[in-house]
Design a protein around this ligand. Structure first.
Ligand code: SF4
Length: 317
């Protein structure tokens, strides 16, 4: 007997999202800016995971990276300088169902926002923190940032930055309760994508430092790394970032590193012979503050009002 089965059915999702669903305004970063690759990787991951755009929030502070939420077709919050992390934590504490991507720069996160950085890592809320690290304040036209290498001539230090650069990896790896620390580069899309995808799947604060090119002000900074890929070493492990053949074709040097080994991760982060990319550290067992701040989410406005009145009644004279 031929013909269609009467009980035949297809289990189709009610909505299917394409890349266009995650696209916001036309990106206006400078031509060749590494931020484009990061935006594209996040949009692709949202599509692969079929995240409803209304369930995604990108949060930023001030700087070139701060434009990120404008270019996502999702909810977004372009916050104040250095304040991306507390805003993202506030969002997550009241809306644990949302996926939160934080876009912050080396000036935004490591300078004015450094206090928030420290506590966000300790709170370990479920979000991806992308550090767009171009070693310079680009938006304010080439000022020294905390990650600017000494000797680099900037508009604030025309004779060369005088202080040692802050290292975002060693700093984060030294923070209490850190649970995920990775590094990647904007100019290798497969590794960038795999790293951000692993960060998305981590429950807790996934901190990803992205070496990000700023061709307008500091095109020389990562030029050597790009022209000599042997300076880059890819961290490999069964529990690490998957290393595709495409990544192996770009970078010949690899190193086996167990991301459960925190002291090994700290040692690698201080190594100046190679620039390591991949997963330095992951510990999914660390406490996540989301588990302690999600009470009362179901309360209605009336419930909240009665609770407030009850509280105030205790002080009635
Ligand atoms: Fe990108 Fe640099 Fe232009 Fe900013 S100034 S948009 S970081 S290239």
């Amino acid at each position: 007997m031929f013909g269609l089965k009467e009980d035949w059915s297809l289990d189709l999702p009610s909505r299917y999202f394409t890349l266009e669903d995650y696209e916001g305004g036309a990106a206006r970063w400078c031509p060749g800016c590494g931020d484009f690759a990061i935006l594209s990787a996040v949009q692709r991951i949202c599509r692969e995971e079929q995240l409803p755009p209304e369930k995604v929030v990108s949060v930023s502070g001030i700087g070139c990276s701060g434009r990120f939420p404008h270019y996502m077709g999702t909810y977004g919050f372009h916050g104040l300088h250095g304040r991306a992390l507390p805003i993202a934590e506030g969002v997550k504490s009241r809306r644990p169902d949302l996926t939160v991507w934080v876009a912050t720069g080396d000036g935004d996160c490591c300078s004015i926002g450094a206090g928030h950085w420290l506590h966000a890592i300790r709170y370990n809320m479920d979000m991806v923190v992308m550090l767009f690290d171009n070693n310079i304040y680009g938006l304010t036209k080439k000022q020294t940032s905390p990650t600017t290498e000494p000797g680099e001539k900037t508009n604030t230090h025309p004779r060369g930055a005088p202080l040692p650069a802050l290292d975002p990896l060693t700093t984060t790896l030294g923070m209490t309760n850190c649970s995920f620390v990775a590094q990647t580069v904007d100019w290798n899309p497969p590794h960038l994508h795999a790293t951000l995808k692993a960060a998305y799947h981590h429950r807790g604060t996934a901190f990803v430092r992205i070496l990000q090119r700023c061709p307008t002000y500091t095109d020389h900074i990562f030029a050597e790394l790009q022209s000599d890929p042997d300076r880059i070493r890819v961290l490999e492990h069964a529990d690490g970032i998957p290393v595709s053949d495409a990544v192996k074709r770009s970078f010949r040097r690899t190193l086996e590193h167990d991301p459960a080994d925190l002291s090994g991760a700290r040692h690698l982060a201080t190594d100046r012979e190679f620039v390591d990319i991949g997963l330095f550290f992951r510990d999914p067992s660390r406490p996540v503050y989301d588990d302690f701040c999600n009470y009362g989410l179901e309360a209605t406005a009336d419930d909240k009002l009665s609770a407030l009145n009850l509280l105030l009644d205790r002080f009635t004279i």
